[in-house]
Design a protein around this ligand. Structure first.
Ligand code: PGA
Length: 242
């Protein structure tokens, strides 16, 4: 795993966005795995700027989001489909039919996950995956204990994640308790992976991630050690004295 350390989240966002831009300029129909959460917002802001300057187009890009809440209202601003529209998709030229996010409106989430995995694999898998990380080491909604062989599935959200995500909801009770998420093996199928880690609160998990070479299901992000092309994009606050 390589690590790149930037002065602040905006600089991290600019450099990660530049890599996404280069990826799309090198292969217009790139398949991208995209995350939600607060960490990727500077990446999306920079991509929108680059698009506005004519430096990049999403016209042929195909995106798969990592995950989606179950049991969230269609118009809720924390529904990840709405998050992605607000932060990226409404501002660039991506085609609606090339946007893939597990559909939270379905009656049958298990079937939706099977369909999602199949569509993702049929795309040829991601050229580039961007990931965030939870304080407990989750990637997507793959919480501690998730099998490294997992594919897209329905999962319970860990208590600590519900607490962390409650900052986006009026109260903790309103945070959904379940989600659909790409599995660990789905994520590892990407040809190249960037994991974005910013802020002091993520320092401990970043240290755990780089402190050994063992992949351990109790810290899902350590699965990334099994992949040959992973780069950590960290800011100075997360990196501390590294
Ligand atoms: P955050 O979430 O970017 O809002 O910290 C990351 C995650 O939980 O994967």
């Amino acid at each position: 795993m390589k690590i790149k350390i930037f002065d602040d989240p905006m600089q991290m966002g600019f450099m990660a966005a530049t890599e996404v831009k280069n990826q799309l300029n090198g292969k217009k129909d790139s398949v991208l795995i995209l995350p939600t959460g607060s960490t990727p917002i500077p990446v999306y802001k920079n991509l929108v700027n680059m698009y506005n300057k004519g430096e990049v187009s999403f016209a042929d890009a195909i995106t798969f989001n990592l995950d989606e809440y179950i049991g969230i209202e269609s118009d809720h601003e924390e529904r990840y489909y709405n998050f992605m529209k607000r932060n990226l998709f409404s501002h660039v030229d991506i085609k609606e039919e090339n946007i893939n996010i597990p559909d939270s409106r379905t009656q049958d989430c298990e079937a939706e996950c099977v369909k999602y995995e199949k569509k993702y694999r049929a795309s040829g898998c991601a050229d580039l995956a961007l990931l965030g990380i939870g304080n407990n080491g989750h990637i997507g909604f793959n919480e501690p204990g998730t099998s490294f062989d997992s594919v897209t599935h329905v999962t319970h959200i860990a208590e600590s994640t519900i607490k962390a995500n409650s900052r986006f909801f009026a109260s903790e009770d309103l945070v959904p308790k379940a989600a659909m998420t790409m599995g660990i093996s789905t994520i590892l199928s990407a040809k190249k992976i960037f994991i974005l880690i910013t802020g002091k609160a993520k320092h401990d998990i970043l240290m755990k991630l780089i402190s050994s070479n063992e992949a351990d299901e109790s810290i899902p992000a350590t699965a990334l050690r099994l992949h040959k092309d992973v780069t950590i994009y960290a800011d100075r606050e997360a990196a501390g004295l590294i």
